[in-house]
Design a protein around this ligand. Structure first.
Ligand SMILES: NC(=O)c1ccc[n+]([C@@H]2O[C@H](COP(=O)([O-])OP(=O)(O)OC[C@H]3O[C@@H](n4cnc5c(N)ncnc54)[C@H](O)[C@@H]3O)[C@@H](O)[C@H]2O)c1
Length: 341
């Protein structure tokens, strides 16, 4: 098997979830890391025995890697992804793929034009609980989803925003609790519902964070072509990060998924339960609420590159949740429902 040359762009908080699985792989070599904050790039390069860059364009053109992980602030995702894709590099980008839907579409086109893979991280799909729910729905045992709801009640102190040069801003983060935190639960429910989203009606507000300008609270209703109704509520004003909760009312049973646990109760009385199995990798400074499934998605992405096929969570797949996220913001801003088709 060909050894793949990998680079990681952005050595901030999420870097650990990318570099740890990469360093454990036998089919890849970390040839470079990049951060405009020189101390971060230097520290990461020293620790992982690779080369530090402070300009990702220079790194990509000089090293010509096979794969680039994009771990940058949101507004730079499509900029860096597109540059890499157009230089023939396979890209695995952190969520969200972009702030604007059109920028995500441009990246999908660039990947297609250059014949390379473009994946977007939604690691929660690889939790054992998410996998059980998806497989059970696909098997038909639960019938269609009639109704869904998700709740996210997390804690982001003022310092979370004060300590960042991009979080809490419309131009660089692109929003708050929806585009950054609730995007995972929105993506999971949208993935579970086997129908096209037709419309979203939403509202958002900043109720508890005067230090920043974006929303810390949002709620809304997404309706699907087949009639499924999905109500969501998310906020960063609780005292701790409680597990996200997703409930599905299906034709032949009910699902309760609390992040890494899932209970399925069928109308015939059967019950199935799964709890996340332990992971062997140790992530320095990794956070529980991220889950620890980056390793699984990274593995699937690398296999897709070897096998010259699209990754499971491709850019095209990520456009689905991007459209919903952008629709939530548009609806919240205008106060009107937004068509998603
Ligand atoms: N999947 C998850 O559960 C999860 C969890 C946390 C963060 N994330 C995502 O990871 C991404 C990064 O978040 P973070 O918390 O690590 O942010 P961060 O601010 O800690 O890290 C971003 C890094 O990018 C660097 N950077 C900025 N501009 C650059 C440029 N032009 N060239 C090179 N480096 C540049 C910054 O100096 C910083 O070190 C975001 O998209 C975030 O949403 C995902």
């Amino acid at each position: 098997m060909k050894k793949l040359k990998t680079v990681i762009i952005g050595c901030g908080n999420i870097f650990t979830m990318h570099v740890t699985p990469v360093m454990h792989r036998t089919d890849t070599e970390l040839v470079g890391v990049c951060d405009i904050k020189k101390d971060r790039a230097d520290k990461a390069a020293k620790k992982f025995g690779t080369v530090a860059y402070y300009d990702y364009e220079k790194m990509l053109t000089e090293l010509k890697p096979d794969i680039a992980h994009v771990c940058l602030p949101h507004y730079l995702h499509p900029v860096a992804s597109q540059f890499a894709l157009e230089h023939g590099v396979n890209v695995l980008c952190e969520k969200p793929m972009s702030i604007r839907y059109a920028d995500g579409e441009e990246c999908v086109k660039a990947a297609e034009k250059n014949g390379v893979n473009y994946g977007v991280i939604f690691q929660c799909r690889y939790n054992d609980a998410s996998q059980l729910v998806k497989k059970t729905l696909e098997s038909g045992e639960l019938g269609n989803v009639i109704s869904a709801r998700s709740t996210l009640t997390w804690f982001r102190p003022d310092d979370y925003y004060n300590g960042s040069d991009w979080k809490g801003t419309w131009d660089k983060e692109g929003g708050g609790v929806i585009i950054d935190q609730a995007i995972h639960s929105l993506d999971l429910v949208n993935w579970f519902v086997e129908s096209e989203p037709a419309q979203v009606s939403a509202s958002y507000a900043n109720r508890g964070h005067c230090v920043m300008e974006v929303e810390d609270t949002a709620e809304g209703l997404i309706t699907y072509e087949n009639g499924t109704r999905y109500a969501f509520w998310a906020m960063n004003n609780y005292g701790c990060d409680e597990p996200i909760e997703i409930r599905l009312l299906c034709e032949k049973g009910k699902v309760v998924l609390t992040y890494d646990d899932a209970w399925i109760t069928f109308t015939d009385g059967r019950e199935v339960h799964v709890k996340q199995s332990a992971d062997n990798l140790v992530y320095e400074n990794g956070k529980d609420y991220w889950g620890f499934q980056h390793v699984k998605q990274i593995d699937e992405f690398y296999r897709s590159v070897h096998e010259k096929r699209a990754p499971e969570i491709s850019g095209k797949e990520a456009l689905k949740i991007q459209k919903i996220v952008c629709g939530i913001y548009e609806s919240g801003k205008t106060g009107k429902p937004v068509k998603l088709k």
